[in-house]
Ligand binder design. Sequence first.
Ligand SMILES: Nc1ncnc2c1ncn2[C@@H]1O[C@H](COP(=O)(O)OP(=O)(O)OP(=O)(O)O)[C@@H](O)[C@H]1O
Ligand SMILES: CCCC(=O)O
Length: 353
Amino acid sequence: MLKILVVNLGSTSTKVAYYEDTTAVAGENIKHSKEIVQKEMIDQIEDRMKAVNNFLSANDLSPEMLDVVSARGGLLKPIQGGTYEVNSEMVEDVKTFKYGKHASNLSTMIAYEYQQQYGVKAFITDPVVVDELIDPVRMTGIKGIERISIFHALNQKAVARKYAESISKKYDELNLIVVHMGGGITAGAHMQGRVIDVNNGLAGDGPMSPTRAGTLPSSEFAKYIIDNALSYDEVYNILSRGSGFISLAGTEDALEIEKKALNGDRESIEIYEAAAVQIAKEIGSRAAVLKGNVDAILFTGGLAYSNYLIDMITPYISFIAETKVYPGEKEMEALALGAYRVMTGTEEVQTYT
Ligand SMILES: Nc1ncnc2c1ncn2[C@@H]1O[C@H](COP(=O)(O)OP(=O)(O)OP(=O)(O)O)[C@@H](O)[C@H]1O
Ligand SMILES: CCCC(=O)O
């Protein structure tokens, strides 16, 4: 029996779980204090590590008895989907934040620490930088600017596999559009197991979301930047965590907006309608890349709990394919399964170089 520790760090929380083979035995979502999460990212590592160790002790577990630590991968160089062994090159890239700052960088560092100290295997699966784009979708009309792939790869692929299993097919036999709707929103065109087109969900591409603006009209945005004398870091912060519902409604909590909308608040209704149309247009764009050969459209993420939103999107896209909803996310299970697949030889482990 494989003893797997799963570690998934978010901006304000550390999610930890313990699996025996593919069965979840224990799990906790540890919410950190403001004092901890407002520290510089790299300075949070000790508190985060302590939280993981406390989880182990509270569940009568110890690092020595583990076989594997499976961590959410951080911002790395673009790589193919799959499960990768954590190595020193990868750790160098996440700890220097060479490809950007994301709490998941710290998950990889924690897994490496266990590998070094206790000799356990350490893996990451389908990090946000999975890049399987086809060339035509990378090119833009400005030489030197390319579209890049940053998305909820872990949850999108987990949900796609779940759907495939439910109809007794393999993931790589299907063409699917998977839409993750959380703090950020990404819509991926999965063609036979590869995500050939997806919006960069972290900044400046795709539909608006609770915390992000998505695609903006570029000349108006250029004027906005110049009028407000914004630096690159300020622009990036606006795009990645200070826009979308936050800018329009003053909150990233979609539930709050939805409650108001259901009570007839015009502004809240309009925000939801605009988001729904933008999400639908993104799905339409992925359907075009798949040349209309779409087996199903799958919705997932926190916002997929909202029937109100799903019902607003559906009329625009139901002509494309059947839709199915997988509310919430399956990241912990996906990480456990990713490690399990390579440990049991059903999938080959990849090397980050
Ligand atoms: N039942 C619900 N109805 C409507 N919205 C909901 C519901 N439950 C959660 N949400 C909304 O979902 C959003 C958060 O989704 P989720 O938890 O997937 O995001 P996250 O994990 O913070 O970010 P990401 O998924 O981008 O990594 C919030 O805006 C929240 O209000
Ligand atoms: C789109 C990348 C994942 C996230 O929202 O943090």
